[in-house]
Design a protein. Structure first.
Lengths: 384, 408
């Protein structure tokens, strides 16, 4: 079955008790055991429950892995992966990554005996240099956040394999529609399901998919031991969201491409970060590893100070000023003070997040309407 | 791929070997072994249900099998609530609707024909009466009303055309309590169907079907849901008389949605527990108000001076959370000042949730009527309706005491 057919049907078999075309939401915390012999598909909902299992099954299929595991948030999923590390282990991470992951690595793991090296993962030689005998994990975002840098997943997979480290790809921005890191050799893919997978700004969720069954088993053991599982209502909404995932991501990516091209021509815009533009440094790798689009995030810098950037994001009428991304509604924000405020100021500047950077999460609205909205915001800032 | 769950709920396990109200609240209507061995009923959000093959559809149609087909004809969660309510009401069957009014309209549309007429006690919910007076009359159905609890007037109003006698018990906000056996007996003797809207009493406090009426109606939005977070209505009675109601609901479409039905099922589990507390709070607040110098009069069936206290005491387990009172020598603004001074109850319509609510009926429900019309409805300007929630009675009383002082 093709991707979209699987998105609609895997884990969604008609209920055997009454033929319901949409499987029910099992809210139960505990399950009645058919017999006292330890043989039951489900016993307690932290270990597994039917509705969460349905979502995990469809995501394992879409990402091409052996096992999916759903969590209460993206950070809960990220944290579970890092629990595979032990004191003395070394983690190599990209620099253009989500601010919350950055905080977990540098402010939580680093204080618990795990050494961290941050490196520009778009430079494979630099990644190789950063790895050492203790390196057990390489953490990348195929499409970075907020600068939308593009990391070569297959290249990183080869380096990780050579070093005996797990390659984990946070694929939140690219989604399995555009990019499937497990097929390129990554060991684990992580998603904030809050974003494109849910797609409607109405849930929090995280997801891990492991390529190998034994890694999946290890992660499930850790998930069950630590307990940050996704609830049934969120699992149901995620299954619902996944059914339109491909349509949404393709449409939103097409609109983002158009807006990035338009922004590129605006005199007030100093730089546009979008891997779909041929001028973008990540374009060649992106054209090779993404299929069907380059994603629906665009970031850009305007020829103005931070006040100008703030005025810009406060002037849009369709784009709403908010962190998060990936939903049907378009959002706009200033990473330096919002999504990436968890970075220390020096670290933030060092990785290239300038004060005047503006990040767009392009939604499902008509491209022309969004373009007009950006144009009027541009005029507002220019006329000041 | 997910292993399909092979458990089929067994309807024969729905009978609960007990009759206590709390046991029935928790267990009645639910299969002992549920889909997927879940301890709670799952929410079937599906709008449609599939058949394994064509023969299964033919069997379904020809043998009248009981199974799901399409969401407008019902859903599994709704059926659980219907069975639970039927058990609580001591009826054979129940039909759930999207609101109390949808249940009321659905019942009448299924049983009333052009040329019939309907007799009401006049304290029934004004929207129920409005539907009959302004809309059913357009289809040739007559409408009459007689003074509440005037049984002779009701019997005198019955003609050969009369199809339904309708009352609430207790009524709202006057809290008149109907002698349901007498009401049912008048209907039976005259060959007229009887309906009691028991929204304010709930099956915990009264069981009108056991007293002989044909139908009980509930706005399940109130005590049955109990958390001010859903709309629902239900009619309970005999399976035979409810079959046309269920069939018409499938055409009119006012079913209760699966998510909503689940919240109702969940709310019903604490019905007995909540009603005990609503009853206790209503009684305590009513007694406090009755002794307060600024209160001219309290209407609460649990007070000995209530005009229907004797019948209430004889027929009801408790008297509910609704307390109506009148401020002494207060115009509508002075009355409103007391309502605005309370800190625990929220100001708003509806009742029956865990949170206390307070309102001035003249403002909330009758603002657009003339003073003469309000007098006809027996809604004076100084009337306050308090719907006691399940907070601690001491807190509610202290709050009311402070509000009565502040607003003086």
């Amino acid at each position: 079955m093709q991707f979209r057919t699987r998105a609609i049907h895997v884990g969604q078999e008609a209920d055997p008790s009454n033929g319901a075309v949409v499987p029910p939401i099992h809210l139960a915390s505990t399950f009645v055991l058919p017999a006292a012999n330890g043989n039951a598909q489900y016993d307690y909902a932290r270990t597994g429950s039917p509705t969460r299992h349905a979502f995990e099954a469809v995501m394992a299929s879409l990402d091409g892995g052996a096992r999916g595991l759903a969590f209460a948030s993206g950070m809960a999923a990220t944290h579970c992966v890092t629990m595979l590390l032990k004191p003395g282990d070394h983690l190599v991470t990209g620099t253009d990554i989500y601010g919350g992951s950055w905080r977990l690595f540098n402010n939580v793991l680093a204080e618990r005996g795990i050494s961290i090296t941050a490196v520009d993962t778009t430079d494979l030689a630099a990644v190789e240099d950063a790895m050492c005998a203790e390196t057990r994990m390489l953490w990348i975002e195929p499409t970075g956040n907020p600068l939308l840098s593009v990391t070569d997943v297959a290249g990183c997979a080869a380096l990780a394999q050579k070093a005996g480290a797990l390659l984990v790809a946070d694929n939140t921005l690219a989604t399995p529609v555009l990019c499937r890191p497990l097929e390129m050799g990554a060991d684990i893919v992580m998603h904030s399901a809050t974003k494109y997978i849910g797609g409607h700004s109405d849930l929090l969720g995280g997801l891990l998919v492991a390529r190998a069954p034994e890694v999946g088993e290890q992660l499930h053991w850790m998930q069950n031991a630590t307990g940050a599982v996704m609830g049934p209502l969120e699992s149901f909404l995620c299954c619902r969201g996944v059914k339109t995932l491909e349509l949404r991501v393709h449409a939103q990516s097409a609109t983002a491409f158009r807006l990035a091209s338009w922004l590129y021509q605006q005199p007030l815009v100093k730089q546009v970060h979008y891997p779909g533009l041929e001028t973008d440094p990540g374009h060649t790798v992106a054209a090779n590893q993404y299929h069907g689009g380059f994603g629906a995030m665009v970031s850009f810098e305007i020829d103005s100070d931070v006040q100008g950037a703030q005025r810009f994001v406060e002037s849009t009428r369709l784009f709403q000023l908010a962190v998060s991304l990936g939903a049907v509604e378009s959002l706009i924000e200033v990473p330096a003070v919002m999504s990436h405020g968890a970075y220390a100021p020096e670290a933030r500047r060092a990785v290239g997040i300038t004060d005047g950077l503006i990040r767009l999460s392009v939604g499902l609205e008509e491209a022309g309407d969004l373009e007009n909205d950006l144009a009027q915001a541009m005029n507002t800032v220019s006329s000041l | 791929m997910v292993e399909p769950i092979q458990t089929m709920p067994d309807p024969s396990t729905k009978k609960v070997p007990a009759s206590g109200p709390s046991t029935l609240s928790v267990h009645a209507g639910e299969a002992r072994v549920k889909p997927g061995f879940s301890i709670t009923d799952p929410i079937f959000a599906s709008s449609t249900y599939t058949f394994p093959d064509t023969q299964a559809i033919v069997d379904f149609l020809e043998q009248g099998q009981s199974r799901e087909e399409y969401g407008r004809y019902g859903n599994p969660g709704e059926r659980v609530v219907e069975d639970k309510l039927a058990a609580l009401d001591a009826g054979e069957a129940s039909v759930l609707f999207s609101s109390g009014m949808a249940a009321f309209v659905g019942l009448l549309m299924a049983h009333v024909d052009a040329g019939d007429d309907i007799v009401f006690f006049d304290e029934c919910y004004h929207r129920s009466r409005e539907f009959c007076r302004r809309h059913l009359t357009r289809f040739g159905v007559g409408f009459r009303e007689v003074r509440t609890c005037d049984y002779d007037a009701m019997e005198a109003a019955i003609t050969p055309r009369t199809k339904f006698l309708i009352s609430e018990s207790p009524t709202n906000p006057q809290l008149s309590v109907v002698d349901i056996e007498r009401f049912a007996e008048i209907g039976r003797r005259n060959g007229v169907l009887t309906l009691i809207d028991a929204t304010l009493s709930t099956p915990y406090n009264v069981k009108p079907l056991e007293a002989g009426v044909d139908f009980v109606l509930h706005s399940a939005t109130k005590y049955l849901g109990g958390h001010n977070d859903l709309l629902a209505g239900a009619v309970t009675g005999s399976a035979e008389l409810l079959e046309p109601v269920r069939n018409l609901r499938g055409i009119m479409g006012g079913v209760n949605a699966p998510h909503n039905a689940y919240l109702l099922e969940r709310g019903l589990k604490t019905l007995a527990l909540r009603m005990e507390r609503h009853n206790a709070n209503g009684q305590a607040v009513a007694e406090f108000l009755a002794g307060h110098p600024r209160v001219q009069r309290v209407l609460y069936p649990g007070l000995p001076d209530h005009p229907f206290h004797a019948i209430a005491k004889q027929t009801m387990r408790g008297y509910g959370g609704l307390v109506t009172f009148f401020l002494r020598d207060a115009d509508w603004r002075q009355t409103a000042a007391v309502i605005d001074a309370v800190k625990i109850p929220r100001i708003g319509p509806s009742l029956g949730g865990v949170e206390s609510l307070i309102e001035q009926p003249m403002v909330m429900s009758y603002w657009n009527y003339s003073p003469e019309e309000r007098a006809g409805f027996r809604i004076p300007d100084n009337m306050v309706r308090m719907a006691c929630g399940i907070e601690d009675a001491e807190d509610l009383i202290a709050d009311l005491a402070a509000a009565l002082d502040v607003a003086e």
